[in-house]
Design a protein around this ligand. Structure first.
Ligand code: C2O
Ligand code: CU
Length: 570
């Protein structure tokens, strides 16, 4: 029986007998069919193979209203490569099998196969999607999801129009080349990106290349003109900004214009005004920008690398006031951005972000369990790996969701990973000892419990400390605090945590030499990855897996099975 709702809703409502349980879907259903294929692309003028969605990289922006259902039918036309697509920031409540992580929530989609993702976008905000198979995201399968408030609903701010801004970094070196180097003995790092892209466009100076290096053409239509944002004088714009860089932390700015930050990862923030916005891979921010400058000229919108000594030119787009020649180069030299090594100003922004007073989600008073997760870089059997409390995560052949639901205990490490490291004995400013193991263990969290995680940074083997944006699948977490140095659980540090109005996010930076504390409610049955969003880092093992209430998950769709020990299950 269909629900007796408003005509529009009723017309779009579907009653779906999914896997034995009845799922009543009340919003609109948006169907998308995506062919995933390699294409020759020149996003920064250098021709390269890119993984595309219906021929485009980045892929199309998905638009929906809160409560709607998204159905994406993915046809893997990569010919020689698997794929899986993750909907970043969507919690997948009741649909943990649609999270799109190869090895965790599904078997990868084989070449020639079709896989359908069906999920509800249950909260308005700005989200992302990207490939989650090996390091495939590096090759371009990235995009945005914009979920608007339902009819009659209001946001705690006003604007005239909105635009999306997707930030990426880009290498001329192939994803295979990068992955092979990271696995090599000794390690060959991916290096700095060749370009920064804004909405898929950059401009590499082809004269810097010898012709033998590849095809580079500064008048190629993919790159000849930069991305253009057109504004009308006096109007206010909501820019939905997302970063899907593979490595870089960025600063984004629009010459001469202030930005008021109003949303982060789908949550309204207590508004604050910035000249430049620091944004880490996997984060989204919405900012309000008023077109209040001299309308007779154009302005630069730029992205700059921070946190690593940049050799990559800034990403550049043009903001043009209507009435001007839109392609006229702004009369100014684009800025070089804030000093790349000023960690303090970045920590400062992280600490400024709090929940909007009208939208504070109360934090549980205390946690049932605390995980102190230390990252170290280790040499393991001649390879350079990242470990978390001594274990470098390796995805098993059988997706955890299937093996844990079906008790295929041979499919993953049964030995529980450590809740804490030797925090008294470990010097975070000394490179890691050469121990550590590679494995596939799982943190089994009690269903409905409250979990605190303190991420602890340390020095890498080269004696430097880097920024790691950590992303949690299946949840938002409260960001309790950021600190410098070593976190001591026995100290007063807990008293300094923001339990009054912390922002909820799904991705948060762990700053160099520092710690980040977060809290979440383990109330979403499934198996969820928690990892650094730097592609090279998670590839080198920088992640952990959480299981909660997996036995409560409904019957798993057979489409996620077929690999490893899940052969023959259905
Ligand atoms: Cu956007 Cu597991 O990542
Ligand atoms: Cu990292």
């Amino acid at each position: 029986m269909l629900p007796s709702a408003r005509p529009l809703v009723t017309a779009a409502a579907v009653l779906c007998f999914c896997f034995g349980s009845v799922l009543l879907v009340e919003g609109m259903v948006h169907n998308h069919t995506w062919d995933i294929s390699y294409q020759y692309k020149s996003p920064d003028c250098f021709e390269k193979l890119a993984v595309t969605v219906n021929g485009e990289a980045p892929g199309p922006t998905i638009h929906a209203t809160q409560g709607d259902t998204i159905v994406v039918t993915v046809n893997n036309k990569l010919e020689t490569e698997n794929t899986a697509i993750h909907w970043h920031g969507i919690r997948q409540i009741d649909t943990p099998w649609a999270d799109g992580v190869g090895g965790v929530t599904q078997c990868p989609i084989l070449p020639g196969e079709t896989f359908t993702y069906t999920f509800v976008v249950d909260r308005a905000g700005t989200y992302l999607y990207h490939s989650h198979y090996g390091m495939q995201r590096v090759a371009g399968l990235n995009g945005m999801i914009v979920v608007t408030v339902p009819g009659g609903g209001r946001e705690p701010f006003t604007y005239d129009e909105e635009q999306t801004v997707l930030l990426e970094d880009w290498w001329h070196k192939s994803v295979y080349d990068q992955a092979t180097g990271l696995s090599a003995k000794p390690l060959v790092f991916v290096g700095e990106p060749d370009s920064l892209l804004i909405n898929g466009r950059g401009m590499f100076n082809c004269s810097k290349l010898s012709t033998a290096t590849g095809t580079c053409n500064n008048s190629h239509p993919d790159c000849a003109l930069p991305t253009l944002f057109t504004v009308m004088p006096g109007r206010t714009y909501l820019l939905r900004i997302g970063s899907l860089t593979s490595l870089s932390s960025l600063s984004f700015e629009i010459e001469g214009h202030w930005m008021t930050v109003v949303e982060a990862d789908g949550h309204y923030v207590r508004p604050f005004v910035v000249r430049n916005l620091f944004i880490y891979s996997g984060e989204t921010y919405s900012v309000l920008v008023k077109a209040d400058q001299d309308p007779r000229r154009n302005y630069w919108a730029t992205s700059h690398i921070v946190g690593r000594n940049p050799t990559t030119p800034s990403g550049k787009a043009i903001v043009s006031y209507t009435g001007n020649d839109p392609w006229k180069t702004p009369p100014t030299t684009p800025t070089t951005g804030p000093p790349w090594n000023n960690t303090a100003i970045r920590v400062e922004q992280s600490r400024t972000i709090a929940a909007h007073p009208g939208y504070v989600v109360p934090v549980p008073a205390r946690a049932d369990r605390t995980l102190l997760l230390l990252n170290t870089q280790n040499q393991i059997e001649g390879q350079t790996k990242w470990t978390i409390n001594g274990v470098s995560l390796h995805f098993p052949a059988t997706p955890y969701l299937v093996s844990m639901k079906h008790d295929l205990t041979a499919a993953y490490d049964q030995r529980p990973p450590l809740d804490t490291y030797d925090h008294k004995g470990h010097d975070i400013s000394a490179p890691a000892p050469t121990n550590g193991t590679i494995g596939s263990p799982v943190y089994r969290l009690e269903f409905n419990s409250v979990v605190d995680v303190v991420l602890q940074n340390s020095n890498m083997l080269n004696n430097k400390s880097e920024t790691h944006p950590w992303h949690l699948h299946g949840h938002d977490f409260w960001v309790l605090g950021h600190g410098d140095g070593k976190f001591d659980p026995a100290s007063d540090a807990w008293k300094l945590m923001n339990v009054k109005n912390p922002i909820m996010k799904n991705t948060v930076p762990l700053h160099p030499h520092g710690w980040t504390a977060l809290r979440f409610h383990a109330n979403n049955p499934g198996v969820w990855l928690f990892h650094c969003h730097v592609e090279a880092h998670v590839f080198m093992g920088m992640g952990v897996v959480f299981e909660e209430g997996v036995k409560r998950v409904g019957r798993l769709p057979s489409s996620i099975m077929g690999c490893g020990l899940s052969k023959g299950l259905h």
